[in-house]
Design a protein around this ligand. Structure first.
Ligand SMILES: Nc1nc2c([nH]c(=O)n2[C@H]2C[C@H](O)[C@@H](COP(=O)(O)OP(=O)(O)OP(=O)(O)O)O2)c(=O)[nH]1
Length: 141
């Protein structure tokens, strides 16, 4: 009976590996608001997306920034990794700085975007996995 109760709590939850980009321009970092109908709708995040099979994190970011923002990018250095358990899934965020970017920015997937100074970041409703990233932005902004 005890064993059954323990076993029934061991739910299989997917672990999703996701990339996120720190695009910085004039001392401000780019963030976007997730659109309605998606997981974490209305929360602010750094652009990126799920790493597909046979894709490196850098390849994923390059692809996602082209798809989501219409930007050509050169991926820079690794910044940090954060993990958050959303209950139904666990997200591992691989965060990179963007060395350079070009193109005319277009929002494809998000409701809104902003270029944020450190103080602009504080009041926003961030995706929970992003909070450790925001807390470490002072090292690069
Ligand atoms: N892209 C991105 N996703 C994040 C961040 N923080 C965070 O918790 N997530 C979560 C939200 C989603 O559950 C998951 C990424 O999903 P996504 O919907 O952006 O990825 P995707 O574009 O590849 O997915 P899809 O909608 O095409 O299926 O990671 C973040 O800063 N950036």
């Amino acid at each position: 009976m005890e064993a059954f109760a323990l076993g029934s709590n061991l739910k299989e939850r997917p672990v999703i590996h996701v990339t996120a980009a720190l695009l910085i321009h004039n001392g401000k970092v780019f963030a976007a608001k997730r659109s309605s109908g998606r997981h974490l709708a209305g929360y602010w995040e750094f652009p990126g997306g799920k790493i597909e099979a046979n894709e490196t994190a850098s390849e994923c970011l390059e692809r996602e920034l082209a798809e989501e923002l219409n930007l050509s990018t050169e991926i820079g250095s690794f910044f940090m990794k954060t993990t958050h358990d959303y209950g139904d899934k666990k997200v591992v965020l691989h965060v990179y700085q963007i060395a350079s970017f070009m193109g005319e920015l277009q929002l494809v997937d998000h409701d809104e975007y902003r270029w944020l100074s450190l103080t602009d970041c504080t009041p926003l409703k961030w995706a929970p996995a992003d909070i450790p990233i925001v807390n470490r932005l002072a090292t690069i902004l």
